[in-house]
Design a protein around this ligand. Structure first.
Ligand SMILES: Cc1cc2nc3c(=O)[nH]c(=O)nc-3n(C[C@H](O)[C@H](O)[C@H](O)COP(=O)(O)OP(=O)(O)OC[C@H]3O[C@@H](n4cnc5c(N)ncnc54)[C@H](O)[C@@H]3O)c2cc1C
Length: 277
C-alpha cells in the first residue's frame, strides 16, 4: 500500500509540490488498473498523486477546429456528452462494450491510455479518430500522435512525472463503427476489436481510418487496408479489403484466443462494417 495519497484540484498545485514528494510516486486516476496492480504486488510506490479531480483534466470542450477531452474524463461520460457524440462518436460507441457500469463510472480515458493495453477500448477509438495526446511536464506541454508513444502492454514512453493532460480530436464529420469480440456478450476483454472512421461521398469511401485491438502488442492501425479503401465503393471493395487486413496482422495465440481466430474475426468485422455502410 502507498503510505499516503495526495489529492490535487489544479495543475498549478500539482506542479508546485510534485518535486518535493518521494521519488517513487505515481498518478492515481480511477484506480481500476492501479489497485489491481497493487493487489498483485506490482505496485511498490510510496505515494499516489490523485489527479482525478483536477479541473483541467475533467474538461470536454471545443477548441477552434478541435475538441479537447481531459484525461480524467470518466468512460461513462463519453457515452452521452454532446461534443463527443458529434465529433468523436467512436468514443461514445466504445462505451457500450466497456466493462460494467460501475467500472465505467470510475475508470478514466487517460488511465486507459496510460495502461497501454493492446485490448484497450478507449485507445482503439482514439486511434481510429486519429487523435493526438497532450502531455504536460511541469507546465510544459507537448502534443504527439496517439500511438507514437505506446510501445507495448503497460509500456508507454512518458518522462518521469509527465502527465497525460488530455486528447485532441479534430472536428471532422466522419461516421464510425466500433466492434469488439468477447468471450461473452458483455463485461469482457476483447479477443479482437475493430474501429473504423470514414466519410461516404457519392457512394465512395473517403478519409478512412481503421484501428485494431488485441492483434499486436498494442492497438494498431491497418494502414494498407485504409489506403486500399480510399475512393472505393464499400461493397465492391469488400473481398480484397478483407484479404488485405488479414495480411497486415500476425496476432498471438494466448489464453483468450488463437491467432487464426483473431485473424478471422478481424476480417469478418471489416466485412460486416463494409456491408453496413
Ligand atoms: C473488472 C474490470 C473490467 C475492465 N474492463 C475493461 C474493458 O472492457 N475495456 C477496457 O479498455 N479496459 C477495461 N478495464 C481496464 C481499466 O478499466 C481501464 O484501463 C481504465 O480506463 C484505467 O483507468 P483508471 O482511471 O482506472 O486508471 P488508474 O488505475 O488510476 O491508472 C492506471 C495507470 O495509468 C496511470 N495514469 C492514470 N492517469 C494518468 C494520467 N493522466 N497521466 C499519466 N499517467 C496516468 C497511473 O499511474 C497508472 O499507472 C477493466 C478493468 C477492470 C478492473
Amino acid at each position: 500500500m502507498p503510505e499516503y495519497i495526495e489529492k490535487y484540484y489544479t495543475l498549478k498545485d500539482l506542479w508546485k509540490s510534485v518535486k518535493k514528494l518521494p521519488s517513487d510516486r505515481k498518478y492515481l486516476a480511477g484506480g481500476t488498473d492501479l489497485v489491481i496492480s497493487l493487489s498483485c504486488g506490482n505496485d511498490k510506490s510510496s505515494v499516489w498523486l490523485d489527479i482525478s479531480d483536477i479541473d483541467r483534466l475533467k474538461e470536454i470542450k471545443e477548441d477552434g477546429k478541435n475538441i479537447f477531452i481531459g484525461a480524467a474524463v470518466k468512460i461513462s461520460e463519453l457515452e452521452s456528452n454532446p461534443l463527443i457524440k458529434k465529433w468523436a462518436s467512436a468514443l461514445s460507441e466504445c462505451v457500450k462494450y466497456y466493462a460494467s457500469p460501475s467500472i465505467r463510472n470510475t475508470a478514466t480515458l487517460g488511465g486507459n491510455y496510460a495502461n497501454a493495453s493492446p485490448c484497450a477500448d478507449g485507445v482503439l477509438a482514439l486511434a481510429a479518430l486519429r487523435a493526438k495526446v497532450m502531455l504536460n511536464l511541469y507546465d510544459k506541454r507537448r502534443v504527439v500522435d496517439i500511438l507514437s508513444i505506446v510501445k507495448g502492454p503497460k509500456k508507454i514512453d512518458l518522462k518521469k512525472d509527465e502527465l497525460i493532460e488530455g486528447f485532441i480530436v479534430s472536428k471532422e464529420e466522419r461516421k464510425s463503427i466500433f466492434m469488439k469480440m468477447m468471450h461473452r456478450k458483455r463485461f469482457g476483454i476483447a479477443k479482437a476489436g475493430l474501429c473504423m472512421c470514414y466519410k461516404l461521398e457519392k457512394g465512395k469511401l473517403r478519409d478512412v481510418s481503421i484501428s485494431l485491438s488485441s492483434v499486436a502488442p498494442s492497438v494498431v492501425r491497418a494502414k494498407k487496408t485504409e489506403e486500399y479503401l480510399e475512393g472505393k465503393n464499400p461493397s465492391k471493395a469488400q473481398t480484397k479489403a478483407c484479404q488485405l487486413i488479414r495480411e497486415e496482422i500476425s496476432p498471438l495465440t494466448d489464453i483468450r484466443s488463437t491467432s487464426d481466430y483473431r485473424m478471422r474475426i478481424v476480417s469478418v468485422f471489416l466485412s460486416r462494417a463494409l456491408c453496413s455502410i
